[in-house]
Design a protein around this ligand. Structure first.
Ligand code: 5AD
Ligand code: SF4
Length: 438
């Protein structure tokens, strides 16, 4: 049986795509291998969000040139966002590359492999939601699953390559989503995370249209307390009263939101074409906290966007403090092909971007620690999942409804069970405690 080595870079959407690619290729008779040297097919599922991510792909690809010479019949393919962004240029630049497949064309991989020796390109975009319903998903985790509910993005923030790589926004029919989650429930999964680039604009363009909150209600009804439900990532402008109420009221929906802000300066938000300003963002945060006081809020931040002054940067630090984030992914701005910001004249130096990143990370660490310390002495509900453990067999690990990682000791703990843990210690990254029997 031919062997597949699949290497995944990037976001959860890519992780899920890799689970789909694996499912599709297992169906074709492939088996999985960890070792590149044993593989008959090496696939890189790639990320183009920042320059560094793209470079990682090229340097990894470079290491396969020798393997390709040594191993007759070895095929090498690139999928994902770099494939979509670069297309034909990749085949030119890397003569030992066999095929290039965009994120909307996963089902083209098997036919390309069967087609024999010709080098292939599949980056055309399907007009609708592009996952075939019967595509098997070979999931990595048996407790938590990702479920794609929409693809692409229509917002065109000026720094972002996603609308070019993943295309325009397409929502998946609600019946299909509900069916997939029904199947997951049957298989004993305990948590689903609904995925999309701007997940809360789901459903508007479907006929008939359906709101994101209506989808959440249907899912909540279906899982009926047996599963936790999360979603990522919402756009601040589409955080509504109904969504805030749903977070408070739907029992399955976890009190957690990852709400990207990108900058705290109105001037920069405007140049980013984010579609919200600082006040609107803060209003949404206040709304969420008013309805769901226990909610944990995390975010994405870009520092060093073209033209960002010290004052703009300070406004971002102030906003981080004002919100009191539980966590944040903070990135140095990176110019991306096709995007408007790439053309902006006032690009900042690596040194300024690097210094701002360091400063923002120090602040974030302090804020996370403060938020996590508030759990000391409290008892929290933890969904046990071995994947959260860092190779420590003495302790158990899992996550709270707020998505905080908890390590704890206790007897007879099973993966996938929900246990109560009294928190005794907190760091910026995780909590620690003792299991209690209620
Ligand atoms: N440079 C730096 N960070 C970026 N992101 C998106 N595009 C860029 C870029 N060009 C960040 C944003 C987004 C997250 C997924 O990646 O913060 O929310
Ligand atoms: Fe990119 Fe903006 Fe769309 Fe998010 S909302 S995927 S940052 S264009």
């Amino acid at each position: 049986m031919p062997k597949l080595k699949l290497i995944t870079f990037g976001c959860q959407a890519n992780e899920l795509d890799s689970e789909r690619i694996t499912g599709l290729l297992l169906r074709e008779g492939y088996t999985l291998t960890e070792r590149e040297e044993d593989a008959d097919l090496i696939l890189l599922n790639t990320c183009a969000i920042r320059e560094k991510a793209e470079h990682k792909v090229y340097s990894r690809l470079g290491t396969f040139q020798v393997l390709k010479r040594q191993r007759a019949g070895l095929k090498i393919g690139i999928c994902g966002c770099v494939a979509q962004q670069e297309g034909q240029a990749l085949l030119k630049r890397f003569p030992y590359l066999d095929f290039v497949v965009g994120p909307g064309q996963l089902t083209a991989i098997a036919p390309l492999l069967q087609a024999g020796t010709a080098r292939g390109l599949a980056t055309a975009r399907a007009p609708g939601y592009s996952y075939p319903v019967d595509a098997p998903v070979q999931r990595q985790n048996s407790i938590r699953a990702w479920v794609s509910i929409m693809e692409g993005c229509d917002r065109f923030c000026t720094f972002c390559v996603v609308p070019f790589t993943r295309g325009r926004e397409r929502s998946r029919p609600p019946e299909e989503i509900v069916e997939e989650i029904r199947g997951l429930k049957r298989q004993g999964y305990r948590e689903v995370t609904l995925l999309g680039q701007t997940v809360n604009s789901y459903g508007r363009k479907l006929t008939p249209p359906i709101s994101f909150v209506e989808l959440l209600r249907r899912i909540d009804h279906l899982v009926d307390g047996h599963m936790r439900v999360r979603f990522t990532s919402p756009h601040p402008s589409d955080v509504t009263d109904e969504l805030a109420a749903a977070l408070a009221e739907l029992p399955s929906l976890c009190e957690q939101i990852h709400l990207p802000v990108q900058s705290g300066s109105d001037r920069i938000l405007h140049r980013m074409k984010r579609g919200h300003d600082r006040d609107e963002y803060l209003e949404k945060v206040a709304l969420l906290r008013a309805k769901a006081p226990e909610i944990a809020i995390t975010t994405d931040i870009i520092v060093g966007f073209p033209g960002e002054t010290e004052e703009d940067f300070q406004a971002t630090l102030d906003l981080m403090q004002e919100v009191g984030y539980d966590g944040a992914f903070i990135f140095k701005y990176s110019p991306r092909p096709h995007t408007e910001a790439e053309e902006m004249p006032d690009q900042l130096s690596e040194e300024v971007r690097g210094r701002r990143l360091e400063q923002a990370l120090v602040l974030m660490n302090r804020l996370s620690l403060e938020r996590n310390r508030a759990y000391l002495g409290r008892t929290v509900e933890v969904l046990v999942n071995r994947e959260d453990a860092k190779g420590d067999s003495v302790r158990h690990s899992g996550r709270t409804r707020q998505n905080k990682i908890v390590h704890f000791s206790g007897e007879g703990v099973e993966d996938g069970s929900v246990v109560s843990v009294a928190i005794t210690w907190a760091s910026a990254l995780y909590l620690q405690g003792e299991m209690v029997c209620l």
